[in-house]
Design a protein around this ligand. Structure first.
Ligand SMILES: Nc1nc2c(ncn2[C@@H]2O[C@H](COP(=O)(O)OP(=O)(O)OP(=O)(O)O)[C@@H](O)[C@H]2O)c(=O)[nH]1
Ligand SMILES: [Mg+2]
Length: 299
């Protein structure tokens, strides 16, 4: 890829992250075709950032560029993003071929960042060969990420008992790849065994991807090559199945996120009397209000 101006890309991402729907639309971007997007998700502290820092090195053996986007939950106390990711990924910062950025979740309801699909699209248009997306949390966040990424990796570690319970009761959707990180600690085999037994009992038709499991130690740098191979395997399987998300599906994602935000804005501002009367009337009033909302430059 041609070297990107990382400072200006970062500035644009900040602008997008703060943009209202109207401001985002005013940028008049033409969505790009997607490059592979790999989601790395899991509960707080399981070692996602440490893992990504190692994985990035592994991926760069066969690529000329890579972008890492980490979504930090906004701390209600500090009101800012946790900067731990920057620190743990610090060793990568000097590599000009790797772009690292973290974003706060702000008021987005699903635990992701506002305008996330647009931000990813901006990164893709800068020409990166692959994007790694770190998100914190399981359940709600996982569902929101699932639709956005091609390959979903769920990271657990010894002590992720609550998540395993949630999986047993079907709350957690099956990711494409399970990573048991901190395999250097006692208990990793037990977690792996529990996941295997859950997967064993989940019935799925043979055409569906069979989730894989790998034990790694981000600290010791063990298992990262295996994880990278599994990711490649899933990507190859997607291509065999007719590809990951198509350009049209990706555009739909971007549109869906903008429409959902606009709907939220309009509903919050809807006067009480507009909600009264017949439900069908109130519904059409709300839809009308959405369409009528002014764009900048409309007058
Ligand atoms: N023993 C051991 N510790 C690890 C390993 N990987 C990460 N850690 C430690 O786990 C802690 C959390 O690591 P992070 O990489 O920040 O975890 P994270 O999942 O990104 O955390 P959040 O983004 O805050 O959710 C740090 O103290 C790491 O040093 C590992 O393989 N083994
Ligand atoms: Mg992290």
């Amino acid at each position: 890829m041609t070297p990107v101006d990382r400072r200006s890309l970062s500035r644009e991402i900040t602008r997008l992250a703060n943009a209202s729907v109207a401001e985002a639309l005013a940028l008049d971007a033409l969505p790009a075709d997607r490059c592979p997007l790999i989601g790395i998700t899991g509960p707080p502290g399981v070692g996602k950032s440490s893992l990504i820092a190692r994985l990035a090195r592994e991926r760069m053996a066969a690529r000329d560029s890579l972008a890492i986007l980490a979504i930090d939950p906004t701390s209600p106390l500090s009101g800012g993003a946790i900067l731990g990711d920057r620190i743990r990924m610090g060793e990568l910062v000097d590599d000009r071929r790797i772009f690292i950025r973290s974003l706060a979740t702000r008021d987005s309801r699903d635990g992701l960042a506002d305008n996330l699909p647009l931000i990813i699209d901006r990164i893709v248009r800068a020409g990166f060969a692959e994007v790694l997306l770190e998100t914190v949390g399981v359940g709600q966040v996982e569902y929101a990420v699932r639709d956005m990424v091609d390959t979903m990796v769920l990271v657990l570690s010894p002590g992720s008992g609550d998540q395993i319970q949630a999986m047993k009761s079907g709350i957690i959707e099956t990711p494409d790849i399970f990573v048991i990180n901190k395999a250097d600690l006692p208990g990793a085999d037990r977690v792996a065994g529990e996941i295997r037994s859950i997967l064993h009992f989940r019935k799925a038709p043979p055409t569906v991807w069979r989730p894989r499991l790998v034990k790694v130690s981000a600290d010791r740098g063990e298992g990262l090559a295996d994880l990278s191979t599994l990711i490649d395997g899933h990507q190859a399987w997607l291509v065999e199945q007719g590809g990951g998300p198509t350009a049209a599906q990706w555009r739909r994602q971007i549109l869906a996120s903008l429409i959902a935000r606009r709907a939220g804005d309009v509903l919050r501002a809807l006067p009480t009397d507009a909600t009264e009367g017949r439900l069908s009337d109130a519904f059409h009033r709300a839809i009308g209000a959405m369409a009528a909302k002014e764009e900048p430059g409309d007058g």
